[in-house]
Design a protein around this ligand. Structure first.
Ligand code: AVJ
Length: 323
């Protein structure tokens, strides 16, 4: 009896967000978190191995090269590492190995996808001196529950990798970091990844690859509405669109309706009407300059300790201490 009610509640939140985002006046939108159901998360894993999607490898390179330097900056106290949105956990291995060489480490991957958590536990569960304790919750709720259970002598290290911070607009990003800071104690640490500004010619193929994986990743949100909300989207009448918004310094992903149409979405209690060429905005990926990341951390209650930048694909990792 319990499981069906839970499923119902998840559908209700998705349905409410869809109804709001597809019937409001002006730009239609669907929050980007809905891209990551089981199919979407699997497609994102494929995106990370595409040659055009340089940011994943830049993040991984920085971790591999600097994991020792990062762990040397932490206190020798027992460490609790918390990762917000671990995905498969593939690149976190480098960090955990370096940490575990110095001290026993508890690692909490926080994810809403149970598939990703399983994969992550398998990938990282056998590392020496590391204990994996998965948390299936939204980021902040998960972080708060880990923080509530901490021992006073432990240091928390929050990992927010992959430039997921770029999904937020700048004021939301800062609010989010301030919320993270609130959950921490002075002396805790934050390692934050952010993709940096670079020429649009380098950036765009990362979000519009020739194989069409990113297009499938984006179109999946229409397929998901068909699966979960009994919607009647004809995917062949929508097209993936990635563009660089230079004024806002972000990549935007949209789904463009190639014709005028009205699409019933019964379980959201609405239909969505499109004029030809109208788009649904599905994701933003903000691109930063290095100083901006430092300043954003500072304003949220963190002291920057050090920043590393990948020269091949401009990308920054910044280590902060909670003040
Ligand atoms: C996982 C949010 C960092 O914005 O680059 C990849 C998601 N979207 N290709 C990004 C994504 C399209 C990705 N983040």
């Amino acid at each position: 009896m319990v499981a069906p009610r839970l499923v119902q509640e998840v559908f209700t939140e998705f349905a409410a967000d869809v109804r709001w985002g597809l019937t409001k006046p002006g730009q239609k939108e669907i929050p980007s978190k809905y891209l990551y159901d089981e199919v979407g998360s699997a497609l994102f894993e494929v995106i990370t191995v595409l040659p055009e999607y340089g940011l994943f490898r830049a993040d991984e390179r920085l971790l591999r090269q600097n994991a020792e330097a990062i762990s040397a900056k932490l206190s020798p106290r027992p460490l609790v590492a918390v990762e917000l949105g671990s995905g498969s956990g593939r690149k976190t291995r480098w960090m955990l190995e370096a940490l575990a060489r110095r001290q026993p480490t508890v690692y909490h991957p926080i994810e809403i996808s149970s598939k990703a958590l399983d994969q992550c536990s398998r990938e990282l569960g056998r590392l020496h001196n590391v204990e994996v304790r998965p948390v299936q919750q939204p980021y902040l709720a998960g972080l708060l529950s880990v923080a509530a259970a901490r021992q006073p002598h432990e240091q928390l290290l929050v990992l927010f990798l992959g430039s997921t911070i770029g999904n937020f607009n700048s004021s939301a990003a800062e609010r989010f970091l301030a919320d993270v800071r609130q959950a921490l104690t002075a002396g805790d640490a934050l390692l934050l990844s952010a993709d940096l500004e670079k020429p649009a010619a380098q950036l765009l193929p990362a979000y519009d690859d020739p194989l069409g994986v990113t297009a499938s990743f984006n179109l999946n949100v229409l397929a998901r509405m068909n699966r979960e909300l009994e919607a009647e989207f004809d995917l062949s009448t929508f097209r993936h669109l990635a563009r660089y918004n230079a004024a806002e310094r972000r990549i935007e992903m949209h789904l463009l309706s190639t014709r005028a149409q009205s699409v019933p979405i019964p379980r959201a209690g609405c239909s969505a009407s499109f004029v030809e060429g109208e788009t649904i905005w599905t994701e933003s990926s903000h691109k930063y300059c290095p100083r901006e990341v430092i300043e954003m951390g500072r304003r949220s209650g963190f002291r920057p300790l050090r920043q590393w930048i990948d020269p091949e694909w401009p990308f920054a990792q910044t280590l902060f201490l909670a003040e």
